[in-house]
Design a protein around this ligand. Structure first.
Ligand SMILES: [Cu+2]
Length: 162
């Protein structure tokens, strides 16, 4: 019986360990607010002297009403803007989206390098690989949701500004 008791305790500890590990990993798990699901959020490590950084994520609207991402903020930067990259003739240009990013009912909107993206401006400290950047998204209908963007390696395909 003693052995059984010990094993039972070990089992509980093992289970607790898994729960804790699960809770840590859950920070990057999909975030939900109302009918919106946010996944694949990340940013990239910033090079020394780089003044701005890009933020990327996927927003799925599982509801029947259109919504809109109207503002974004982060304690890690002075301002977060919503931008769009698009070819104008031969040149890739960036445009600030003042009214926000539409998230139509039943649709998935991806913010990716080279397309729609978040732009961290007046970044307080360059983002370091392996850290996380907290971000608050505000939607017109769904309201606010806090997410974290894991910082991935800097490199090609990242956000480039001149
Ligand atoms: Cu930009």
């Amino acid at each position: 019986m003693k052995t059984f008791t010990k094993l039972a305790f070990l089992g509980i500890f093992a289970a607790t360990g898994i729960v804790i590990a699960g809770a840590t990993a859950a920070q990057d798990a999909p975030a939900k607010v109302a009918d919106l699901e946010i996944t694949s959020a990340f940013t990239k490590a910033m090079l020394p002297g780089q003044p701005v950084g890009g933020g990327y994520l996927t927003i799925k609207n599982t509801g029947k009403a259109d919504d809109m991402l109207v503002s974004v903020s982060s304690p890690a930067s002075g301002t977060v803007e919503m931008h769009e990259m698009a070819m104008q003739g031969q040149v890739m240009k960036m445009r600030k989206l003042d009214t926000g990013i539409a998230i139509p009912a039943g649709k998935t909107v991806e913010l990716t390098p080279g397309g729609l993206h978040l732009m961290f401006i007046k970044v307080k400290e360059p983002f370091k690989q392996g850290s996380k950047v907290p971000v608050t998204l505000t939607f017109e209908k769904a309201g606010k949701v806090d997410i974290t963007l894991p910082v991935e390696a800097a490199g090609p395909g990242g956000h480039e500004h001149k």
